[in-house]
Design a protein around this ligand. Structure first.
Ligand SMILES: CC(=O)N[C@H]1[C@@H](OP(=O)(O)OP(=O)(O)OC[C@H]2O[C@@H](n3ccc(=O)[nH]c3=O)[C@H](O)[C@@H]2O)O[C@H](CO)[C@@H](O)[C@@H]1O
Ligand SMILES: C=C(OP(=O)(O)O)C(=O)O
Length: 428
């Protein structure tokens, strides 16, 4: 297994190009199942999760061509997907267990083929993560659903039909699954209390290019007028706001200055608000955002995670690393996932002072963090340890880097190009 070694204490300076968003790319890839024409995605990040979903699509019978970027990965890859000869509507446990987002094939398969068998994704390190909202909403569209032997068996022999659906909780995945399914349902579907994350807007915009009729894009009420068939399209994946937020924190925690090429201010409102309060200056440039500390000091700021446009749970761990090195205390409250504080004991190994009380963590900023051997437990937890390592005195060795590789493209290359002393040690 690979490890990452960081020798901390160097301010990062330079430019980082933000890759296409993993969490936009995954539903967009699943959307290829809605049509027998070719869907071409560009600006696709080079990540383990993309490969996992590509493998699942191939096993359904999707014809898939991935073209590597010719400039060392700086512009992302191009993926052509044609779901003409679907040979299986089953998403097996072996592939689904590797990545929960695999459940996003359920809506498209059911809507186009009238059946799907998808392994239940199960819980993961950050929480139990049920899919009940996906299933109840699909039932309202007319699907018959049974859970047997760890699989979701879904059928819609007469096709899906439009319905009024009010999600009892805001869910990114359920909104995406239902949005895709509703595009091929007969009649009108209203999805209320939908998630409004930019990745959903990106998916909706691509579906419209494919011929879908969707109103209310970007709001919490999506109105979908079903169509008989969808066609192919070309779509460029939106830049990753979570990667951008992570590198913004890297600039702040190392007292450096980074320009984040492609980062979009409108996707980072709540993040910019918190970072500004903490003493970080973020300005728009022609190509993205520039980030540096305002006057050298960092101040502790309270943070609560919420669905978009609130502060993203996917930046909670990174923010905790920042607050661990700030002046004063910060209360960090995780309102989305019940077990997303696994970075706390690892950050503590680096000198962070954090006390968890239920869904909140009290972080008392320390004058310095110190390098240590630490273990990644999930994707964002692992990058929070990288951030702490960049600011810490001495050497940090991060184990279980495969978590990081799920969501950060060429992380060590991007950071090293801006002056970080970071290297990957290849495992057996
Ligand atoms: C691939 C992808 O895009 N992943 C993102 C997506 O995950 P994901 O789509 O899995 O997250 P959801 O928005 O669905 O989850 C939000 C909350 O709703 C709960 N829930 C969800 C569905 C359901 O049927 N029942 C239920 O109770 C979850 O357990 C969680 O507590 O949104 C999360 C919240 O922004 C992000 O952290 C993930 O990075
Ligand atoms: C939790 C995440 O991803 P997933 O939903 O794929 O587990 C994430 O991107 O931080």
């Amino acid at each position: 297994m690979d490890k990452i070694r960081i020798r901390g204490g160097r301010p990062l300076k330079g430019q980082i190009r933000i890759s296409g968003a993993k969490n936009a790319a995954l539903p967009l890839m699943a959307a290829c199942l809605l049509t027998d024409e070719t869907l071409t995605l560009s600006n696709l990040p080079h990540l383990a999760d993309i490969t996992t979903l590509a493998n699942l699509l191939v096993q359904h019978g999707v014809d898939l061509h991935m073209n590597g970027a010719t400039d060392g990965g700086h512009t992302g890859r191009v993926l052509e997907m044609t779901a003409r000869n679907i040979t299986s509507t089953r998403a097996p446990y072996d592939l689904v267990r590797k990545m929960r987002a695999s459940v996003l094939v359920l809506g498209p398969l059911l809507a186009r083929f009238g059946e799907a068998q998808v392994s239940l994704p199960g819980g993961c390190a950050i929480g139990t993560r049920p899919v009940d909202l996906h299933l109840t909403a699909l039932e309202l569209l007319g699907a018959e659903i049974e859970i047997k032997e760890g699989y979701i068996y879904a059928k819609a022999p007469n096709g899906l039909h439009g319905a009024e659906i009010t999600f009892s909780k805001v869910s990114v995945g359920a909104t995406e699954n239902l949005l895709m399914a509703a595009c091929l349902a007969k009649g009108t579907t209203r999805l209320m209390n939908s998630a409004r994350e930019p990745e959903i807007t990106d998916l909706a915009e691509c579906l419209v290019k494919m011929g879908a009729k969707i109103e209310g894009i970007g709001s919490d009420t999506l109105v979908v007028e079903g169509v008989e068939r969808l066609g192919g399209a070309d779509h460029s994946v939106v830049p990753d706001r979570i990667e951008a937020g992570t590198y913004a924190i890297a600039a702040a925690i190392t007292n450096g200055e980074l320009e984040l090429l492609g980062a979009r201010i409108e996707h980072l409102g709540a993040v910019i608000e918190i970072l500004t309060k903490a003493g970080v200056e973020i300005t728009e440039t022609e190509e993205g955002l520039k980030v540096r500390r305002l006057n050298g000091e960092l101040t502790g700021v309270d943070v609560m995670t919420e669905p978009f446009p609130g502060f993203p749970t996917d930046l909670q761990a990174q923010t905790m690393a920042l607050m661990s090195a700030a002046d004063g205390a910060a209360m960090i409250t995780e309102s989305i996932f019940e077990n997303r504080f696994m970075h706390v004991p690892e950050l503590a190994r680096m000198g962070a002072n954090v006390n968890v009380h239920g869904a909140s963590a009290m972080v008392r900023g320390q004058e310095k963090l110190t390098g240590a051997e630490v273990m990644a437990t999930d994707l964002r937890a692992s990058v929070s340890l990288v951030l702490a390592g960049l600011a810490a005195e001495g050497e940090t060795m991060l184990n279980r880097v495969y978590h990081l590789d799920r969501g950060y493209e060429r992380v060590e290359e991007k950071l090293a190009a801006c002056g970080a002393d970071i290297e990957r040690i290849k495992g057996p």
